[in-house]
Design a protein around this ligand. Structure first.
Ligand code: GDP
Length: 316
């Protein structure tokens, strides 16, 4: 589908990891009418304000990347916020988009919507086929509701709302707060600070045995825009690198890139979460899309960005 570069595109959550990558990429591709609102300017938890914004702006394309996200600890500390805020924001945005006839919407899901013990790699068909991982169930249930909202609007109301399931993402504008972040930014920060302090060891949570898949966020943005430009407005698509790594190996890789030379020790009092979460990405590869950034290159890019913003990151 040829999309006019002047089409009005709303990126919800433009300050976050995915939203900011979408804006960078869209701008790079020459899209010139991207609209964004900070939380202060537009509270997406507020239905009337959200409707009002859509009625005034009437975007043609929407990326719904506004969400409350966090790592294993944040999910278990704030379960109410994770389910409530995500349910509310996605419901408000999807309904408001429908009211103003948005042409296409992309809903950002998550790989944690899949059953905890499903076969690996995880195919889209495994959706709703078994019990979820407990450590982030409230978040996963909200994301599942978002996918069902999109599917149901498409089926009942003829909309074009596609859902994407990213694997664990990382890159610029990630959270580096050790209590709330995901594992990769946490390891970058821990290795960097341990190096600066001259520590002999750095602590990694859990056994180091779980496997995770990581995707550099610019590849995620690329996949979402690919779907928009192809005019794919239905169904759900896994977005990943197609390969995973154990947390222990990941810690060694991060230490190597950050040049932390001490030992890596495991704090087994911390939870492991789900044992493995590798996405089957054949649906996207059949369409002709593939991730471009290897894990080692992505970590080097993320670390370079971390160093550029070190003062702001470490003081927040
Ligand atoms: P998950 O993929 O939803 O489980 O979320 P995380 O990215 O927070 O955690 C992934 C895995 O990394 C879990 O097994 C964690 O125990 C492990 N892990 C190791 N060290 C850390 C750390 O410093 N922070 C976080 N968030 N996870 C860590």
């Amino acid at each position: 589908m040829q999309i006019n570069k002047k089409s009005k595109i709303y990126v919800a959550g433009h300050r976050g990891l995915v939203g900011s990558a979408l804006v960078r990429q869209l701008e790079g591709l020459g899209y010139s009418n991207i609209i964004c609102r900070t939380r202060k300017e537009l509270d997406l938890l507020n239905q009337a304000a959200t409707n009002n914004f859509f009625n005034i702006e009437k975007p043609e394309y929407v990326f719904l990347a506004a969400a409350k996200v966090g790592g294993i600890m944040a999910n278990s500390t704030y379960p109410a916020e994770f389910i409530y805020e995500n349910l509310q924001v996605q419901t408000n945005v999807i309904q408001a988009a429908y009211q103003v006839n948005v042409k296409w919407l992309c809903f950002l899901g998550s790989s944690c919507i899949y059953p905890r013990d499903c076969p690996q790699p995880i195919m889209e068909e495994y959706f709703l086929s078994g019990p979820l991982e407990k450590s982030n169930e409230p978040y996963a249930v909200a994301k599942i509701a978002g996918i069902e909202l999109c599917n149901s609007f498409n089926q009942g109301l003829g909309t074009n709302y596609v859902s994407v399931m990213p694997t664990n993402l990382y890159g610029p504008n990630d959270s580096y707060n050790l209590e709330e972040s995901h594992v990769l930014p946490a390891l970058i920060r821990k290795a960097h600070e341990a190096k600066l302090r001259g520590d002999h060891e750095m602590v990694v949570w859990g056994s180091g045995e779980p496997f995770r898949e990581f995707l550099y966020v610019d590849d995620m943005a690329d996949a979402c825009i690919f779907l928009m430009e192809k005019g794919i407005g239905r169904g759900m698509f896994n977005i990943g690198l197609g390969e995973d790594i154990s947390i222990g190996q990941l810690a060694h890789l991060v230490a190597e890139i950050v040049e932390f030379k001490g030992a890596i020790v495991f704090d087994r009092t911390k939870p492991d979460g789900t044992p493995r979460k590798l996405l089957d990405v054949s649906r996207m590869s059949e369409l002709g899309w593939k991730a471009k950034t290897s894990l080692a290159d992505g970590i080097a890019l993320a670390y370079a960005d971390f160093l550029r913003n070190e003062n702001a990151i470490l003081s927040s």
